[in-house]
Design a protein around this ligand. Structure first.
Ligand code: ATP
Ligand code: MG
Length: 354
């Protein structure tokens, strides 16, 4: 069986370091592993419109931003096909057929949909399109016969829902669709990176992000103002490491060699954590160290992003070519789906056959 990756992001803002550790970094590793036959990376503009119907400009403007973020982290257009969701109308048609295989109560039970409805204040007025986005996500994944979907932890319920749709479709219409597996980051701190305000998730919609394109001064300002342990008031007070975002970021980004370079008094992150727990280690010292770490990690991404930004017509061309390639693939799958459902009336005069 071919090994195929499908994943993507909503163009609702520039991508941030949560996206990076939660999914982008993994994608680049998978891309470089050479184990995959095809890789599709989707800019999910149609999905973004499900809760931004009145802000199409915002979605449009962020398409280039997200494409540049992809190229910045090292997505290689020679190895991965980057495409725009709405340029592949087959995905919408697949969604329409899959809708018949899912109940309203099943979508209502999806914990990610539940929390997003709350977060967006949709309780009494949920747009139907937004409600159905897990089904459209199943269409995106299955249209490419994806076997692996590298995404953040909040996408687990979407993958479960997708697997159910695949099973249902195959049992009703015959073996057609491929069941995908989720690929989560191995590092626990990366599953759901908290915001700089200490909120559970760094998210474009919450405005608590360090963006991949932030300039060094902005990064520093954000890190120095980060939420830490609120009970760690004086340097000598014992501090809490668990749930402290400064340490979560260090868990996510720090490499052992950074100690020698920036904080030679300590040999490892464990040693630093122990000192913080005992007391006598100030937040400013740790934040300065974290700033050095983040500057090192983000500099090459920002520079590569800038070099692509200077060549926007090339980015435009690769998005266009990628969207065309993605459409060809999705059209093949749609044909298989319609054949399985026996709604391929005009292929070989099928309608005349019993
Ligand atoms: P929005 O607020 O518009 O939903 P978002 O910041 O949640 O934006 P998405 O485009 O919905 O971003 O998510 C893109 C990918 O990044 C998904 O795979 C998601 O699981 C992952 N992701 C998003 N935020 C985080 C985070 N804080 N930590 C780890 N992974 C994340
Ligand atoms: Mg999201």
């Amino acid at each position: 069986m071919k090994q195929i990756i499908l994943t993507g992001d909503r163009p609702t803002g520039r991508l941030h370091v949560g996206h990076y550790v939660g999914s982008l970094k993994e994608r680049v590793e998978l891309q470089e592993s050479g184990l995959y036959d095809e890789i599709y990376i989707m800019i999910a503009d149609a999905q973004a419109l499900t809760d931004n119907a009145e802000h199409p400009e915002k979605v449009r403007q962020n398409i280039m931003n997200v494409a540049l973020d992809y190229l910045g982290v090292g997505i290689d257009p020679e190895k991965s096909t980057i495409f725009i969701q709405s340029m592949v109308p087959e995905l919408t048609e697949l969604t329409f057929y899959y809708m018949n295989l899912v109940t309203v109560s099943r979508v209502q039970r999806n914990p990610t949909v539940k929390s997003e409805i709350q977060q967006r204040g949709f309780e009494t007025s949920i747009p139907v399109g937004f409600f159905c986005y897990p089904i459209s996500q199943a269409a995106d994944i299955t249209a490419f016969h994806a076997t692996k979907v590298p995404v953040g932890e909040d996408q687990l319920p979407m993958l479960e829902q997708c697997k159910e749709i695949v099973a249902k479709f195959n049992s009703v219409y015959g073996e057609t669709l491929t069941e995908p597996d989720i690929v989560l980051p191995g590092n626990k701190a990366c599953l759901r990176l908290p915001g700089i305000d200490g909120k559970a998730k760094m998210s474009k919609s919450l405005g608590n992000c360090i963006y991949l394109s932030d300039e060094p001064e902005e990064i520093k300002k954000k890190i120095m103002s980060m939420y830490t342990d609120p009970n760690h008031i004086r340097v000598e007070d014992p501090g809490t490491v668990e749930g402290n975002p400064v340490f979560t970021y260090l868990d996510a980004f720090c490499r052992p060699e950074y100690f020698e370079e920036f904080l030679p008094d300590y040999k490892s992150l464990d040693e630093l954590k122990d000192h913080y727990r005992r007391g006598g280690l100030g937040d400013v010292k740790i934040k300065k160290f974290l700033n050095n770490v983040m500057q090192e990690e983000l500099r090459p991404i920002r520079e590569r992003r800038k070099s692509w930004e200077a060549r926007l017509p090339e980015v435009y061309e690769l998005l266009k070519a990628g969207s065309e390639k993605a459409e060809r693939k999705a059209a093949e799958t749609l044909k298989e789906v319609k054949h399985a459902m026996r709604i391929d009336y005009f292929d070989d005069g099928n309608l005349l056959k019993s």
